[in-house]
Design a protein. Structure first.
Length: 220
């Protein structure tokens, strides 16, 4: 089990969740830092303290950057990634709402190259669906499903090309998982070819405001 952890709640609002995450940080694939739908305009001392504690505990840190399905200026995306680096010493970036179609692939490729030039070691793409196959080659990890548990169990389909991909390059983020079924969600992701997952019990509009119970399941 390898867990990607987007925890989109301020450390001052739910310090308990952040303390639990820090205590289990070494078990995660990475933690996504999202102070203000991105790095924000100024450094947040609470997120800085959380980032330092997570890093000391062995976590890899990814700065959240929204691409708005390719409509944002790439220079703004790169600037956000740079602020995450400079303020929170992020190891990589989590590019949310990326394009998925073949027509967006060249621009995404150029964007990832620009990020690599900054020294970003880990790039995660989140189209939230299975993208055109070329996207997976650009990133260290690609989120090929983000959605509700009910959709995951009833309407998930897996393109044949994913069967040829290393499982550690694919991730499923599932929200609305009933707490007793979180271990099943982890097993299901593995069975569907994704070695990284992030099952949470939260619901929209912000299902990622809750820490996944899968971290504590690892103790059982």
């Amino acid at each position: 089990m390898s867990l990607l952890i987007p925890l989109y709640v301020h450390p001052a609002e739910d310090p308990g969740a952040w303390h639990r995450l820090i205590s289990c940080a070494a078990r995660t694939y990475a933690v996504v830092l999202n102070p203000a739908n991105g790095p924000g305009e100024v450094l947040d001392p609470a997120f800085l303290a959380a980032a330092e504690a997570l890093r000391a505990a062995g976590a890899r840190l990814l700065g959240y950057v929204d691409t708005d399905y390719g409509s944002r200026d790439p220079a703004q995306v790169v600037a956000d990634a740079r602020r995450h680096q400079e303020w929170y010493a992020a190891d990589g970036c989590f590019l949310d709402r990326t394009t998925a179609g073949p027509d967006g692939l060249p621009a995404c490729r150029r964007l990832v190259r620009s990020l690599r030039k900054l020294g970003i070691s880990t790039v995660v793409l989140n189209p939230g669906v299975h993208p055109a196959p070329g996207y997976v080659a650009l990133a260290d990890l690609t989120v090929t499903f983000e959605g509700h548990w009910s959709t995951y169990v009833s309407a998930f389909s897996r393109p044949s090309w994913t069967e040829r991909q290393p499982p550690e390059r694919l991730c499923h983020l599932v929200y609305g998982v009933p707490a007793p079924l979180v271990p099943l969600a982890v097993r299901t992701a593995t069975q569907r070819g994704a070695a990284v997952c992030g099952p949470v019990t939260g619901e929209p509009p912000n299902p990622w405001s809750r820490l996944t119970p899968a971290l504590t399941e690892a103790d059982r």
